[in-house]
Ligand binder design. Sequence first.
Ligand SMILES: Nc1ncnc2c1ncn2[C@@H]1O[C@H](COP(=O)(O)OP(=O)(O)OP(=O)(O)O)[C@@H](O)[C@H]1O
Ligand SMILES: [Mg+2]
Length: 519
Amino acid sequence: MPDKKSVLVVDDDAQIRALLSDLLKGNGYAAREAKTGAEAIAAVEKQRPDLVMMDIKLPDQDGLDVLKSLKKERPELEVIVMTAFGGSSSAIKAMEQGAYDYVTKPFEIDDLLAALKRVFEHADMSSEVATLRLELGKSAAERERIVGSSKPMLEVYKLIGKVAGSDATVLITGESGTGKELVAEALHRASKRNPHPLVKVSCAALPESLLEAELFGHEKGSFTGAMTMRKGRFEAANKGTIFLDEIGEMTLGTQTKLLRILQEREFERIGSNLPIKVDLRVIAATNRELAEEVEAGRFREDLYYRLNVIHIHMPPLRDRLDDVPLLVEHFLAKFRFKPDAIPTTISEEAMARLGEHDWPGNVRELENAIERAVVLSRGQPIMPDHLPLAESPAAAGGKARTRRGTAKDPIQAAAEAAVDEALSDAVGAALDKAMGGSATGTAGSATNGNANGGSNGNGADVATGSGGASFKEAVESLEKRLIAEALERNGGNRSKAAEELGIYRRLLYAKMREYGLGE
Ligand SMILES: Nc1ncnc2c1ncn2[C@@H]1O[C@H](COP(=O)(O)OP(=O)(O)OP(=O)(O)O)[C@@H](O)[C@H]1O
Ligand SMILES: [Mg+2]
């Protein structure tokens, strides 16, 4: 006959113990009880329960310490930690100490039973959890920087706690401003790699060639401007963690190189063929839907699977509005009116307003709103007037949500695109005319200097068009026309012409002399 699974309930509250025992017995488990940490440790030794459900607040000892010693004695023992309030710090800590799950009181009975079932169905998880690292990185203050106790955030903390100790690649997704970078930091801090660096690279900030130089480093002289050998970020991150932010913006070429590093943990500096081995953990983040990017052919499918080993999705703030008061408190403490002032308070009306907002910019938007309000209210309680939120909650209802923080209002974006197109048409036409033929191609690297320098061109950078004027001549001809026309429009007023052209008067004079314009 199969033994009943036995569960030890550890809580100093007799009512909770009774309630849980009843629930357990009613569901086919054997239940025992303990009131204190010391009793729990003794009971585990004697009775060898299959599972412990333990309050984190115990009268005699810190529940986390009890958890630690239980796991030390019996690493395979599963523990579900219970707490009256959720916070990132205790949840992450409990998971790091090897807790199997973390539930907040008051619990939903169904949640609890589901958690129990999971424990017994997935016994194999225990080995993974047991290998999690015990010591913790930095101070509690730093660890507590992820604020929020809503259900979705608890799930995030649990996942962080579970995967922090492993070397698995993690992909963090979520809208802009939801805290992806904070999660990357928490993962690194909670990992065994935390004595080593966490190196962050934004894949959106640099064009492809510079990003590759940044990531892989380069040998001296490997390209124009590479005056010295430079180590890349992958080397800098050795033994630590590399955080590849905005990975969705990486070009396909760079993706291919990244894939190789993920597969072989090896790469070469640009301009070298000496392979360099690195030992690092990769965390990537994006506010794009990578699966869609794969569909669209903009993201390599194999890379996607390599990155997506563990996926942490950051819920948007509008889906966890119950976190708003905690976050507000957090930011009020952060942005004091004066450095040593006590935190500004907030009126009920203002808080209600924050609790109704749609938060398209997520936590970042809230953080900015509080920072502004603290300044505007000059240390007095914050009123709704101090909160010029982007739009009223009513208006936000039907609004398309921007997935990317940098996304513009579509009308504005369309207008800008139209202007760009018109400009490039005009330039193209002018060049055609100037070169007496078709001028195609883009003048990518033609920005090498202040026109003031005038004749410093040694010709090295001047590409000669195949069948017409040189690039330099074309530019000069265009310049000449632009200046002549501006002068004409402004009745010869040089100041006005310079202003219209957006150049200094001195430069205009120099150009006029150069092109023989005016007298
Ligand atoms: N849960 C949170 N608790 C406290 N602060 C938070 C939280 N989430 C975000 N923040 C703060 O909001 C700001 C934005 O967070 P973060 O930079 O991590 O967002 P992100 O998801 O990386 O956004 P993006 O996609 O735009 O880069 C930061 O100042 C961060 O400290
Ligand atoms: Mg970010």
